[in-house]
Write a protein that binds this ligand. Structure first.
Ligand SMILES: Cc1cc2nc3c(=O)[nH]c(=O)nc-3n(C[C@H](O)[C@H](O)[C@H](O)COP(=O)(O)OP(=O)(O)OC[C@H]3O[C@@H](n4cnc5c(N)ncnc54)[C@H](O)[C@@H]3O)c2cc1C
Length: 463
């Protein structure tokens, strides 16, 4: 048995944990990070990065196939389109591999000691790790729990065989002929859309009356329209109740039932904190629902034990985990920091994409603000026209009295790249005049942001 003592021990090398360890190392904090799997966590290995690779490949393939059908307005014709899914997956694995190596190199550069194995708590400041070279005991002054989350399994549809989670979906070597996605949240719709573009017959089964239930109907409408164009069958207010051979039973809220033929059932019914089997449950930390409860410095209820990322709950996003990790590292190094972010932008990489930053109109009203709205459609944006991507809009939510921007939402092709300017505007306390008065380069889709601000001020120029 080997013993290590350190100032900071980070458990989990996902976006939260590895960023925390790198920043701590940069600040001279003696840091150890333990990872049971590959560095990069869910995001890099089975989440953000592989899903975006698959989405991009599917989009390219579907655009090419569309040209084949001769329905292409730009006059491009191709002779044939086919895809080798195994090769697509190898390409995706190559990107993941490069990023795995990159994270390891960054940790080494910051002089962080990396221990490979699953950490199990002995007490709040000591963990045991079963490694390839035997048992290691690590004692630390401060511990950061960054163990992330895992897919929720439905009792009626346990994972295995035809029933898969997003993790297996991102590694399929053969295209399922019939794919049913259970859960119409962003992960299910991103992957369902990608498989439909690759050629699967896709059905989405969602228990609530609307897909993407956290977004307002105006933002969701272009997505629903596109799902229809792609031939995806959308069954809302419907529950999947069980799989019998190759037939999935579903029940609608009005008592109807049906059996759907399936090769694969992709269950994307949410994620839960990963705390079981590592002694975290036994530490008896305060919870917020099933998640670890934290304060504005990511402190848990136990002194010297912090928690960051998905294990602390919504919004379960990689960039939130990273920002928390960076903040905690600075606190551990003695700097005065607290969570003071005004917004955490969120993106659905659906077709088209959705971006939200700050407050929606309903949230702003619920917080007692009198608001002004400005909405500008991409159908009036020159760049969107040249890219055959006119569906969608940018909407700005501002205080009626001061014009302070409270929130920005957008739906449209490629709007994910506008998320940084939306977040910057909110973080910097911009007013409508600041956005309207900033020259936005022409022709770009970002002009829709400036025009939405002008519209809220009552003098849009291009509509
Ligand atoms: C399909 C999919 C697509 C997604 N797309 C996006 C997106 O586009 N944008 C976005 O922002 N987010 C996206 N997410 C969410 C994102 O992946 C997570 O929010 C993010 O990975 C959370 O980071 P984390 O550091 O909290 O945890 P994780 O990334 O889950 O990392 C936790 C790490 O801890 C390790 N670990 C756990 N327990 C132990 C232990 N006891 N000992 C040692 N190691 C342990 C795990 O092996 C893992 O590597 C997506 C998720 C999925 C599933």
């Amino acid at each position: 048995m080997k013993e290590i003592t350190c100032k900071l021990l980070v458990i989990g090398a996902g976006p939260g944990g590895y960023v925390c360890a790198i920043r701590a190392g940069q600040l001279g904090v003696d840091t150890v990070i333990v990872e049971a799997d590959k560095p990069g966590g869910t995001c890099l290995n089975v989440g953000c990065i592989p899903s975006k690779a698959l989405i991009h490949a599917a989009e390219e393939f579907s655009a090419t196939a569309h040209m084949l059908e001769g329905r292409n307005a730009m006059g491009i014709r191709v002779e044939a389109a086919s895809i080798d899914l195994a090769r697509t997956m190898s390409w995706k694995d190559g990107i993941v591999g490069r990023l795995n190596a990159g994270v390891t190199a960054l940790l080494q550069k910051a002089r962080v000691k990396i221990v490979h194995g699953r950490a199990a708590f002995r007490d709040g400041k000591t963990v045991e790790v079963e490694t390839e070279i035997g048992l290691q005991v690590i004692r630390a002054e401060t511990v950061v729990i960054a163990t992330g989350s895992e897919p929720v399994e439905l009792a009626a549809l346990p994972f295995g065989g035809r029933i898969i989670s997003s993790t297996e979906a991102l590694s399929l070597r053969e295209l399922p002929k019939n794919l049913v996605v259970v859960g119409g949240g962003y992960i299910g719709l991103e992957l369902g859309t990608a498989f439909a573009k690759l050629g699967s017959a896709v059905t989405v089964v969602e228990a609530t009356p609307q897909i993407l239930p956290q977004y307002d109907a105006d933002l969701v409408r272009p997505i629903a329209r596109r799902l229809g164009e792609l031939g995806i069958r959308l069954l809302t207010s419907t529950k999947a109740t069980g799989l019998d051979g190759d037939a999935l039973s579903i029940e609608t809220s009005d008592g109807g039932s049906e059996r759907l033929p399936v090769d694969r059932v992709l269950v994307t019914a949410g994620r839960r904190p990963r705390t079981a089997g590592s002694g975290i449950d036994e530490l008896d930390l305060d919870r917020s629902g099933t998640y670890l409860r934290i304060d504005d410095r990511c402190r848990t209820s136990m002194r010297g034990v912090y928690a960051i990322g998905d294990v602390t709950g919504e919004p379960m996003l990689a960039h939130r985990a990273m920002a928390q990790g960076e903040m905690v590292a600075e606190i551990v190094a003695g700097r005065k920091r607290a969570w003071d972010k005004r917004c955490i932008p969120a993106i659905c990489f659906t077709d088209p994409e959705i971006v939200t930053a700050g407050l929606s109109p309903d949230e702003a009203r619920a917080q007692g603000f009198a608001i002004r709205l400005g909405q500008f459609p991409f159908s009036a944006n020159g760049r969107a026209m040249t890219m055959l991507a006119e569906d969608g809009f940018v909407r700005v939510v501002a205080r009626a009295d001061t014009g302070l921007v409270l929130g920005v939402q957008a739906v449209g092709a490629g709007v994910s790249e506008l998320s940084a300017s939306f977040a910057l505007a909110i973080e910097m306390g911009a007013r409508l005049e600041d956005i309207a008065g900033t020259i936005h380069a022409h022709p770009t889709r970002s002009e829709a942001f400036q025009e939405a601000a002008l519209k809220a001020l009552g003098h849009a120029l291009h509509i």
